[in-house]
Design a protein around this ligand. Structure first.
Ligand code: MN3
Length: 205
């Protein structure tokens, strides 16, 4: 396992004005780092678990020792969901959009990109309480949107997440307060489509 967080692909300020600097700092340095620290503490005395990646821990969660299983799911899930969240983001670029096979797959399932955005917002708004909306490649190799509560991951259900939006309040409350829809709309302007496409191609290979 890697005991350090992956570096962000942008500076703390670079998502402004859509996601504010203070939120990015606290979210990455406190929340994300906090999950990693707690995961490391939890598996401290389990050498066979330390050899695994957090993704592997989530995929194989049923095999985890029962007394630490829920904690490992919470913390390893917190690590990988945030890893994906940061990877899903880039500074605003008006020319960015899905291309190639990913675009074709989006059009097949959602009609067009606007249809995709509409459904993704709906999915994110439908998360009750703290959780995540994901775009995944499902077991049939098709695009699908799913929701997870807390720090659960689509990896626990045989799906490969390729894009995610964090809708825990800490992800938006400083700037958007209770206006989750405004945050989700802002998030969608910052999607790093190249990363999503790379993950899509790997998942359908
Ligand atoms: Mn978060």
């Amino acid at each position: 396992m890697n005991f350090e967080l992956p570096k962000l692909n942008f500076g703390y300020k670079d998502l402004e004005p859509y996601i504010d600097e203070e939120t990015v700092r606290i979210h990455y340095l406190k929340h994300h780092q906090g999950y990693l620290n707690k995961l490391i503490d939890t598996i401290e005395s389990f050498d066979h678990l330390k050899e695994k990646t957090p993704e592997e821990l989530m995929v194989g969660f049923k095999d985890l020792p029962e007394d630490i299983r829920q904690k490992v799911v919470n913390f390893a899930g917190g690590v990988i969901n945030h890893d994906l969240y940061w990877e899903s983001l880039q500074p605003y670029d008006e020319h960015s959009g899905p291309e190639g096979k990913l675009l074709s797959a989006i059009e097949e399932v959602y009609g067009d990109l606007d249809g995709f955005f509409e459904k993704f917002e709906e999915k994110a708004m439908g998360v009750f309480g703290s959780g995540w909306a994901f775009l995944v490649v499902n077991k049939d190799g098709k695009l699908e949107m799913t929701r997870q509560s807390f720090q659960n991951s689509p990896l626990m259900y045989g799906q490969t997440p390729i894009l995610t939006v964090d809708v825990w309040e800490h992800a938006y409350y400083l700037k958007y307060q209770n206006k989750r829809a405004d945050y989700v709309k802002a998030f969608m302007k910052l999607i790093n489509w190249q990363v999503v496409e790379k993950k899509y191609l790997l998942a359908v290979k």
